[in-house]
Design a binder for this molecule. Structure first.
Ligand code: LER
Ligand code: MN
Length: 267
């Protein structure tokens, strides 16, 4: 299993120095911001070559959402993500993590009544993903559709809903990001969810129960990793968390060791 990290405030700005330190911390790969990738493509390519630390995936870095209420912003998201996928393919990244929307609306927070029906939400998502399916096919990349918990999005909260959209659209280049933090809130069982949707899970996000670094909270990673091993998951698992501790760099190093031990314990 490939372990990756997103950017952190304690990592250097210079791309070669950043990727070197990521490697030294014990990671195998890096999950990059889409805007950084597009704007600094040559610099990042050089850093990947020099350090031997690949960019495995992209997350964020575009305007709007694929399920945006605002039609103009929705199309902007599709356009930006298509551009990012071109850059991703140039650098050998597998694809981009894409939620329906993040922080746009929650059915569990006031005003609780959305400005659009769930049928219209679904129509918008299917249309965006149809366009992105073509962009991903043309670049041999994937869109990793990501369910978020009920407080962060109202359209796709569970892996099952993500599946139903992929099946309805007949998409071949849309897979699922299974994020342990969101699954811990929304799914009855993380291992059972991974097992049931193994054919569509293409990417993993890791954080502990409180969204800080793995090992600091009470998430049961081992039971999920057991299933990932059983199904021979070949994708990337990217840390997506803030880091607690007086020395965050060292705390992060310990967290990588912790996750590697969880992987070893998952037999
Ligand atoms: C947000 O909570 C999240 O999980 C990100 O991966 C959004 O794409
Ligand atoms: Mn995530």
């Amino acid at each position: 299993m490939i372990l990756a990290t997103q950017d952190k405030p304690f990592l250097p700005e210079n791309w070669t120095e950043k990727l070197s330190l990521v490697k030294e911390l014990g990671f195998d790969a890096y999950e990059i911001d889409g805007a950084a990738l597009v704007n600094k493509l040559d610099e990042i390519k050089e850093a990947v070559e020099k350090t031997g630390l690949p960019v495995c995936s992209v997350c964020g870095g575009y305007k709007g959402w694929i399920g945006d209420f605002d039609e103009h912003k929705r199309q902007q998201a599709v356009k930006d993500i298509s551009e990012i996928l071109k850059a991703a393919s140039e650098i050998g990244a597998k694809g981009i993590v894409v939620p329906a929307a993040w922080g746009m609306f929650s059915l569990r927070l006031p005003p609780m009544v959305p400005p659009r029906s769930s049928d219209e939400d679904r129509k918008a998502l299917l249309d965006s993903l149809k366009q992105l399916e073509e962009a991903a096919a043309a670049t041999n990349t994937y869109v990793f559709l990501e369910p978020l918990n009920r407080y962060e999005d109202h359209m796709i909260n569970t892996v099952d809903i993500a599946r139903s959209i992929i099946v309805e659209g007949g998409f071949k280049h849309v897979k699922i990001t299974a994020d342990f933090f969101h699954m811990n809130i929304e799914e009855k069982s993380i291992p059972a969810t991974i097992k049931e949707h193994q054919d569509l899970i293409g990417h993993i996000h890791l954080a502990d129960s409180h969204r800080y670094q793995p090992g600091d909270g009470h998430m049961d990673f081992v039971s999920g990793f057991k299933v990932l091993k059983e199904i021979n998951f070949q994708g990337c698992m990217a840390f997506e968390c803030r880091v607690l501790g007086d020395n965050p760099l060292e705390a992060y190093r310990e967290s990588v060791k912790y996750i590697r031990q969880c992987i070893a314990d998952a037999r």
